[in-house]
Design a binder for this molecule. Sequence first.
Ligand code: G7M
Length: 212
Amino acid sequence: EIKATVVYPATEKHLQKYLRQEVHLVRETWEDYKNITLPFIQSQSFSIQWVYNILEKKAEADRIIHENPDPCNGFVLVPDFKWNQNQLEDLYLIALIQRRDVKSLRDLRAEHLPLLRNVLQEGKEAIAKRFGVPGSQLRIYLHYQPSYYHLHVHFTALGYDAPGSSAERAHLLEDVIDNLLLDAEYYQKRALTFALRADEPLLKKFQEAGRV
Ligand code: G7M
C-alpha cells in the first residue's frame, strides 16, 4: 500500500528537490535558449555518466528490454529507476539514444526523424512483447527541461499519473514527430514553457535577464 523512495547519499540538491517550493513558469524563446539556457547548461556539470554506462553495458546490462545498436538512429530501452517492475500500473521505461550530440528537445531537427520513429515503433513493440501493454495504453513523451541533457524518451502506463507528465513539462513523441514534419526547425523557432522551482539557478538567470 505504501511506496517510498530512498535517496542515499542525499546531497543538498536532493533535499531541495523534495522540499515543497514555490514554482514559476518560464516561457523560453529560441533567443532565450541561446543566450540564457544553453550557456547555463554548458557551465554546469550535469553528470550523464550513468547514461553512457548503460549504453556501454557497464551498468544495468541485464535490465535492457530492447536495443537498436545503430550509432545514429539506435537506442537502448531500460526500466526507469522509478519502476520496480512488480506491477504494470506504474510501468515506466526510458529510451536512451545512442548518439551523444542531442541534448534535448531544443536540438531536434528533421534529420532526427528516423531516430524518433525507431524509438516510437520499436519501443512500443518491445513493451507489448515483454509486458503485454499495447501502445494505446502508453504515454510516450520527452521532458523539457529534462534533468539530464542526453536525449531520452519516457514510456509510462497511461493510467499512471507519473511525476513530470504535466502540460508544462511533457511533450508527446508523436506530436514532436508531427511538428518536425511540418517544419524541420520547429524547435529552433517556437517558445517553450516550463516550470522552475524558486531555488533553481536557471530561474535566477532568467530573472537577471528580466525574462521572468
Ligand atoms: O527527463 P528527465 O531527465 O527528467 O528524466 C530522467 C529519468 O531518468 C528519470 O525518470 C529518472 O528516474 C531516470 N534515471 C535517472 N538515473 C540516474 C537513472 C539510472 O541510473 N538508471 C535508470 N534506469 N534510470 C535513471
